[in-house]
Write a protein that binds this ligand. Structure first.
Ligand code: DX5
Ligand code: ZN
Length: 230
């Protein structure tokens, strides 16, 4: 049974596995799950759409076997249509594709939903916001990149705040707005204030001082909650 992004709390904190210790993946997942993660963000890179290479369906399948968390799979790949079935069968719950590489976003979202997953659409900071506007009614979640896709540990791009505000207006109350990149205790509040309610955090969680994942997730949640309820 797939997990639904619509069931996630507001705010929802999504640690990004990219910043975890891949040699100890099961342990890292168990630790963030115990520390209060709401979902798990999985960054898939193909060395083509982005310069980096990361995770494929064989790894997602192994991750699926060791956690009950919702698997939020971010496809930074040039041909998402070739791989969505493999990721869905591997146990992904949400599949997010980049608008930059998909000519018919509505059809891609429909295919993802037919596979039993929820569908997300995303763009890089310089990506086509108009494509998001057109696809918005047909997806479960919009992801706005607040860094350029490809690597963890980059600085939050503040110029995305007005874009978050703008996109938020196109979404219905049930749809989710996720941000990804440079999310820390000192940036999450502004992103939440602008309208985001799902927060990807790699470095902020997996590289937290003293390895204190509990505190890192609690700090993020507290700051986002304050901004969302203000
Ligand atoms: C970047 C990835 C992010 C990345 C975020 O291409 O999409 O999910 O893991 O990392 P931090 O939180 O370190 O910016
Ligand atoms: Zn990501």
């Amino acid at each position: 049974m797939k997990r639904s992004i619509h069931q996630m709390p507001r705010p929802a904190i999504a640690p990004s596995l990219l910043a975890s210790d891949f040699a100890r993946l099961a342990d890292e997942i168990a630790r963030v799950e115990a520390a209060g993660a709401d979902l798990l963000h999985v960054d898939v890179m193909d060395g083509h759409f982005v310069p980096n290479l990361t995770i494929g369906p064989v790894v997602v399948e192994k991750v699926r076997a060791v956690t009950d968390l919702l698997l939020d799979v971010h496809l930074m790949i040039s041909e998402p249509g070739r791989y969505i079935q493999a990721f869905a069968e591997a146990g992904a719950d949400n599949l997010t594709f980049h608008a930059e590489v998909v000519s018919d976003a509505q059809a891609m979202a429909a295919r993802i939903r037919e596979l039993g997953c929820t569908a997300g659409i995303t763009i890089n900071p310089d990506g086509p916001v108009e494509a998001i506007r057109q696809a918005a009614p047909h997806v479960d979640m919009v992801l706005l990149m607040t860094v350029y896709a490809g690597f963890g540990g980059q600085d939050f791009i503040r110029e995305m705040l007005p874009v978050i505000r703008n996109v938020k207006q196109w979404l219905t109350a049930g749809q989710r707005l996720e941000v990804d990149g440079g999310i820390h205790a000192d940036t999450i509040g502004d992103a939440a204030d602008a309208g985001a309610d799902v927060f990807v955090a790699g470095t902020a969680v997996f590289r937290a001082p003293g390895g204190d994942y509990v505190r890192a997730i609690a700090d993020l949640r507290q700051t986002a909650t304050k901004a969302l309820t203000a």
